[in-house]
Design a protein around this ligand. Structure first.
Ligand code: KG4
Ligand code: ZN
Length: 369
């Protein structure tokens, strides 16, 4: 535990995320993460094969206080050391968002600190910026270095967010200024993987299992359609390949139970199709526009095959792929929310803006970046 001086001038932020099925709280300072606690509800939702909103809400209610207490303790800070509270305002499940927002409002009121509402997708997009606390240097020194690093970043960069709820290409013109270049018109990539997983009985969430099984299978064994090739835009769609997978698995299982190798081959082929759709549109964007780098975030970003497929595609453009320093930052977490809030906090202070009243922060389940 790193004890901080009382009333430290460093802008420490307590961030909260309850957008879906993880209750998370983190303490951050600029892009540095001092703690990042996540209480996963996967075990609770497994029986439903997906996230059940009222169950998620109840679990958030039970977890929120212990998770916040653990995040503060792990960071070695108290509420009195903080500069602001941050919370995910949306997008996400309305009943789930509500719990985090209510708690954040109460804390802001209790402490008199500003409440910074954050877009969850912006969190995933900037999750590559999160860096671990280096215990060997003082937080003051690490903070100064982190600020310098952020100031030296060249823009625009292209953020690719691939999660269970979203699949988007976001142009980051500068920190805080975004343009959504393309998005999925139906399922998100992670959602398509999870639904495919249900067809072949892989449990929930299926993404990580599909990644493992795909390593043992042949990606060319089955063909799935490449979507939106004539759309003329950078949008994605995964419903066609999902329907094709349903038909194929039904036909196959009508003949006999699927054997292990067939399941491995199906996983490899379906995963290949999902990632090929993403890299196909990524290539189209890069042909049209120059970027200084590609940032990958979201739950599916922990998949090594996706990382490699993107790396292969961007090599000809002499671009590097940046991924979060740990897979814990790919899945939903509050550290990425704190880092976005830290950036907003700094911009607010520099521009001498006043803070919106905490009372007026309401959930925005469908908030687009
Ligand atoms: O970012 P996240 O935790 O939640 C959302 O904001 O949606 O992403 C969860 C999604 C799930 O669909 C899960 O199956 C997928 O990320 N996922 C993976 C892997 N790990 C998680 N998909 C493919 N490969 C993985 N290793
Ligand atoms: Zn997410």
């Amino acid at each position: 535990m790193s004890k901080l001086p009382k009333n430290s001038h460093l802008p420490l932020i307590l961030a909260i995320d309850t957008s879906c099925d993880d209750t998370s709280a983190a303490v951050t300072c600029s892009s540095i993460v001092l703690s990042n606690v996540v209480a996963s509800q996967i075990q609770l939702h497994k029986q439903y094969g997906g996230v059940f909103p009222t169950v998620a809400k109840q679990a958030h209610k039970e977890n929120i206080e212990p998770v916040i207490a653990a995040a503060l303790k792990k960071a070695g800070v108290s509420l009195a050391d903080l500069a602001a509270i941050a919370v995910t305002q949306g997008p996400g499940l309305a009943p789930a968002l509500e719990i985090g927002i209510e708690k954040a409002k109460a804390l802001a009121q209790e402490t008199g600190l500003p409440l910074i509402p954050v877009n969850h997708i912006e969190g995933h997009a900037l999750s590559v910026l999160v860096e671990p606390r280096q215990k060997a240097v003082t937080l003051e020194n690490q903070y100064a270095a982190a600020q310098q690093k952020l100031a030296g970043q060249q823009f625009p960069v292209l953020a690719v967010v691939v999660s269970g709820g979203h699949t988007e290409f976001i142009k980051v013109t500068e920190l805080g200024t975004y343009e959504r270049l393309g998005f999925t018109v139906d399922d998100a990539a992670g959602e398509a993987l999870d639904k495919f997983g249900r067809m072949v009985d892989l449990g929930y969430p299926a993404g990580p299992v599909i990644e493992q099984f795909a390593r043992l299978g042949n990606a060319r064994a089955y063909q799935f359609p490449l979507p939106m090739t004539t759309s003329g835009n950078f949008n994605l769609s995964f419903s066609g390949m999902k329907t094709a997978a349903r038909k194929l698995t039904e036909q196959m299982s009508a003949q006999s139970d699927l054997d292990k190798q067939q399941i491995f081959d199906l996983c490899a082929s379906f995963q290949y199709a999902v990632f090929r759709a993403i890299t196909y549109k990524l290539n189209k964007i890069l042909v049209k526009e120059h970027f200084f780098g590609i940032w990958l975030g979201g739950g599916v970003a922990s998949n090594v095959a996706l990382r490699n497929a993107i790396r292969q595609k961007i090599r000809v453009f002499h671009l590097a792929l940046r991924v979060p320093y740990t897979k814990r930052l790919c899945i939903d977490n509050a550290a990425m929310i704190g880092v976005v809030a830290g950036m907003h906090f700094q911009q607010h202070v520099e521009q001498h803006k006043s803070w919106e009243s905490a009372k007026s922060v309401e959930r925005q389940p469908r908030w687009e970046i």
